[in-house]
Design a protein around this ligand. Structure first.
Ligand SMILES: [Ca+2]
Length: 156
């Protein structure tokens, strides 16, 4: 009569393990943390990053920038649209020519900025977006040393 092996599997698939509960029923804390991380990653991806150009002077650290929404339009042909800009965060800047222009400019300094734009029509229908701009400080490398030592007394 044939004997069947009743012992547990001797060689289970190595490296294969699922914590069933955590995988299918993550705790509310895990869900909240994951959502927060995804939000942060999304913000980071949508952020526009620029850097003050190296210009041989440590005293200049400005970055001129234009926010251009002139491509906005109203799907109802002929509806007038209105723009309203608002700086949400970052070092205070002056938007020129004014906050109601379709295109504004400012002189930024290094920092993390957020600008809100609301475009509306005469019926009061509107859309609002917030864009982030990161202006990084002027890049600069430290000098490289090249020193030689030799015999001598005359420098010229
Ligand atoms: Ca409209």
């Amino acid at each position: 009569m044939k004997q069947y092996d009743q012992s547990p599997a001797k060689n289970p698939t190595p490296g294969f393990s699922i914590n069933f509960d955590e995988k299918n029923f993550p705790s509310p804390l895990t869900v909240a943390r994951r959502a927060q991380l995804e939000q942060m990653a999304q913000r980071e991806r949508s952020k526009i990053k620029v850097q003050v150009e190296h210009d041989n002077s440590p005293f200049t650290n400005s970055y001129p920038m234009i926010l251009d929404a002139t491509g906005s339009f109203d799907p109802d042909y002929g509806d007038k649209i209105h723009f309203k800009w608002r700086q949400v965060s970052g070092p205070k800047v002056t938007l020129k020519p004014n906050h109601f222009s379709s295109k504004v400019s400012f002189i930024g300094s290094p920092g993390d900025y957020q600008f809100e734009l609301t475009v509306s029509d005469d019926y009061g229908a509107k859309h609002t977006v917030i864009k982030s701009v990161l202006i990084e400080p002027e890049g600069n490398l430290a000098p490289i040393i090249d020193m030689k030592i030799r015999q001598g007394s005359e420098l010229n």
